[in-house]
Design a protein around this ligand. Structure first.
Ligand SMILES: Nc1ncnc2c1ncn2[C@@H]1O[C@H](COP(=O)(O)OP(=O)(O)OP(=O)(O)O)[C@@H](O)[C@H]1O
Ligand SMILES: [Mg+2]
Length: 310
């Protein structure tokens, strides 16, 4: 322009036109990013679609009493790691049994085998005298329910998440259960109460709040056997005590097997089974085990008492 080769108008026009270029360039870059993301997501979806569905053949449990029996159960993970060795366990209908043991002793493994998360080749587990391998998965999982420490919530409302346990249930039922478990207070305190969206995987709730929702869901389902794998671990002791008490009242005939590290949880059960390196090493009532030297006292000293409750 200084040399007189361009007019001021041309420069201004050029500058103005240049700004039109920014938008599309930006778009081209984000489109490419989005395409990459979509590709990864699509791969995951296809992977899932390619999964072979679990076969749902076999006998259906009708009106089970909830007796659980495990005989000489040994189990190793696919990587060869032995997690259970010759475990025997018998739990009567309506009985509460606690599983105790150091980290890695096999508690979660035992519970997951009871709901057939991993197939075992031999006949070792019976529900009401029925070999678990012969049961249809839908029937087994209707009667035997595993609640783990990490709760999966779907993005939706609190109420939807509780109610999904049972088709045909009512809002009132779900709310009554939440109330009995002591979850009502926090739920009503949420911005939209029971209609509050919990976010992706329940991200907007605390760990303890998610556990309360999972437990309400479990109660609504009315299983004959309830397996709690540290399912109350994120609750404070007071809330936990209330939950366990309510569970007993709401599910009076349900058999409960709970894996726990906390003394207060263990004491809720009538009988305790102590695992060590995949073996049952002790069994009995809390008071009996407390006076006998052995693994229970060791675990208790290190984990259950944990400083606070001691
Ligand atoms: N998916 C897996 N693949 C391979 N090994 C596993 C798997 N899950 C657990 N194990 C191993 O099996 C053993 C028992 O683990 P398990 O999870 O049953 O212990 P746990 O008693 O539940 O422990 P925690 O108290 O920490 O929950 C451990 O040695 C562990 O390393
Ligand atoms: Mg575990």
């Amino acid at each position: 322009m200084i040399r007189g080769q361009l007019t001021l108008g041309t420069v201004i026009a050029f500058m103005t036109l240049l700004t039109y270029l920014y938008g599309p360039t930006q778009n081209m870059i984000t489109t490419r990013l989005n395409l990459e993301r979509a590709k990864v997501a699509a791969e995951r979806v296809l992977e899932l679609l390619d999964e072979e569905p679990e076969e749902d053949r076999g006998v259906s449990l009708s009106a089970p009493a909830g007796r659980v029996e495990v005989r000489d159960l040994s189990f190793a993970y696919p990587n060869g790691k032995a997690a259970l060795r010759h475990v025997a366990l018998r739990v009567e209908p309506g009985e509460w049994v606690a599983l105790v043991g150091h980290t890695g002793s096999g508690k979660s493994t035992l519970l997951s085998l009871l709901v057939w998360l991993f197939p075992i080749p031999e006949v070792r587990i019976w529900i009401d005298g029925q070999d678990v391998a012969q049961l249809s998965l839908s029937s087994l999982r209707r009667e035997v329910l595993l609640v783990t420490q990490d709760v999966f919530l779907f993005s939706g409302t609190v109420l939807q998440n509780i109610r999904l346990a049972r088709a045909g249930g009512t809002d009132e039922e779900a709310m009554a259960v939440a109330q009995a478990l002591g979850a009502d207070g926090f739920i009503r305190g949420l911005p939209d109460g029971y209609k509050t969206l919990v976010g992706e995987r329940g991200a907007k709730l605390s760990g303890g709040q998610r556990q309360l929702i999972a437990l309400a869901r479990a109660v609504l389902r009315r299983p004959k056997v309830l397996l709690l794998d540290e399912a109350t671990s994120a609750l404070d002791s007071e809330s936990e005590a209330r939950v366990l008490q309510s569970l007993r009242a709401l599910l009076p005939t349900t058999t409960v097997i709970l894996a726990a590290h906390r003394l207060s949880t263990v004491r809720a059960a009538g009988r305790t089974v102590v695992l060590k390196d995949g073996r049952v090493v002790q069994e009995g009532r809390h008071e009996e085990l407390l006076v006998a030297p052995g693994e229970y006292r060791e675990v208790l000293a290190e984990q259950l008492v944990g400083g606070k409750e001691g």
